[in-house]
Every structure is written in structure tokens, then in C-alpha cells.
Design a protein around this ligand. Structure first.
Ligand SMILES: C[S@@+](CC[C@H](N)C(=O)[O-])C[C@H]1O[C@@H](n2cnc3c(N)ncnc32)[C@H](O)[C@@H]1O
Length: 220
């Protein structure tokens, strides 16, 4: 671990809005204990998978104070940035979880999550890595386990290969596809949350001329 990363790890461990697990430990944390049950009773829980520095979740949390947002990433140095901003902005409806997405089932009760956002995940372009893609079958099974029936999954990507792979996976898996577009900003999508909230990756790293692909689907 580099020096800077080590320092951030030490910082993030002390933040009240971060649950940090050693990546390979087998502790199971009841994640619902991390928010005030009374205040958030019956509120929808929304996950952002691979949230990086959490910019997307932070903006969503500001716009949707009645929902609880959970940013999940395996890199504590990235989470740290979002967690500190959330504290500075007095955002109490957002928490961060440092773990592998593969372990989500250890933290969330079955059928307890309302929405899963996957903005700009790593595309894992080679065939040998296809089961690391966040829309491969093993991840779809996990999402079905923790999502409420009808809970929405949203994928946003600039990667054509990942978009086509995902469309094929969810079609094979009999998902109900609500929206699929290979050009989000020239599509019939009107949702403010989808169009106006942008992740750091989209804002900072994408050239303007790149087309953004979007998939929105659910399972009964
Ligand atoms: C390309 S970045 C996108 C970050 C953010 N969603 C955005 O749009 O700005 C992908 C993020 O996913 C995280 N990630 C990739 N695979 C993961 C896994 N299996 N478990 C947890 N985090 C993962 C990486 O650490 C990285 O921060």
C-alpha cells in the first residue's frame, strides 16, 4: 500500500459514516444498524456499486433526502473523499461501505434494497475477465437476492462492449427491461436523476463526443 493510500485508510477507519471491512475477512455486519432506524423507517435504500469517490451518491443524496444512499467500493482512499464531503455537508442519508461488491449479500437482508446504480463500472474487456463484469450472471443473482421485487437496476457506461454484454445477460436472464439506449442524451429518457446527476468519471474523464449507454431493468 502506498504512503498516501495508507494515510487515507487510517483516516477512513475513523469516519462515522464509513463501514470498513478487511476485504477478505468473513465478518458479517448488519448494515441497517448504520442508519437511524426511526428516522429512516420505511425509506428506500439505494446502492451505488463501485462508487469511487462517491460524487454520484453525494449528489443523489442531496436531491433525495428521503432515501438512504450507500456507496460501495473496495478502495478506501476513494471512499474517503466522499465520506468527508458528506460530513462537511451534513448529509445524514448517505453512508459508505468498503467491501467487495461480491460480498453484498453479507451486509443486506434479502429483498431490502430498492435500487442499484452502477455508473461507469470497469468494463473488464477481455473474455477471460467477463465474469468480473458487474452485469455477469453471478452479480445479477446477487442483486436479485438483495433487491425488493421490482427493484430497479441502472447501468450507465461509455463502453459499447459492456453495454452489449449486459443487454444480452439480462435478456437471457428474463429481466424486465425498462430502458435500453446506446445514446442516453439523445434518447426518450427524461428522468432528472439519470440525466442531470453525473459521476466524477463521467464529468472528468469522458470526452464530450463519447456516447453514453444506459440500461434500466428489474426482476419480478
Ligand atoms: C471506473 S471507476 C468508476 C467510479 C464511479 N462510479 C464514477 O463513475 O466516477 C470503478 C470503481 O469500481 C470499484 N470496483 C471495481 N470492482 C469492484 C468490486 N468488485 N468491489 C468493489 N469495488 C469495485 C473500483 O475501485 C473503482 O472505484
Amino acid at each position: 500500500m502506498g504512503r498516501n493510500k495508507h494515510i487515507k485508510y487510517e483516516v477512513v477507519k475513523k469516519l462515522s459514516n464509513v463501514v470498513i471491512t478487511e476485504i477478505y475477512d468473513d465478518r458479517i455486519i448488519d448494515f441497517e444498524k448504520c442508519w437511524d432506524k426511526e428516522t429512516y423507517k420505511d425509506r428506500n435504500v439505494v446502492l451505488e456499486l463501485g462508487c469511487g469517490d462517491g460524487e454520484y451518491s453525494l449528489n443523489m443524496a442531496k436531491k433525495n433526502p428521503y432515501k438512504i444512499f450507500v456507496g460501495v467500493d473496495m478502495r478506501s482512499n476513494r471512499l474517503c473523499v466522499g465520506a468527508i464531503k458528506a460530513i462537511e455537508n451534513n448529509l445524514t442519508n448517505i453512508v459508505f461501505l468498503r467491501t467487495l461488491i461480491e460480498r453484498l449479500g453479507d451486509f443486506f437482508h434479502n429483498h431490502s434494497v430498492s435500487e442499484i446504480w452502477i455508473p461507469f463500472p470497469d468494463p473488464h474487456a477481455t473474455k477471460k475477465n467477463r465474469n468480473k463484469r458487474l452485469t455477469s450472471m453471478r452479480f445479477l443473482e446477487l442483486y436479485k437476492q438483495i433487491l425488493k421485487p421490482g427493484g430497479i437496476i441502472r447501468l450507465i457506461t461509455d463502453n459499447t462492449g459492456l453495454y452489449e454484454f449486459s443487454l444480452e445477460s439480462i435478456t437471457d436472464d428474463d429481466a424486465e427491461i425498462h430502458v435500453h439506449t446506446d445514446n442516453l442524451y439523445h434518447s426518450s429518457v427524461t428522468s432528472e436523476d439519470v440525466l442531470s446527476v453525473k459521476s466524477r468519471y463521467e464529468k472528468k474523464f469522458l470526452p464530450v463526443e463519447k456516447t453514453i449507454k444506459y440500461l434500466e431493468f428489474s426482476y419480478p
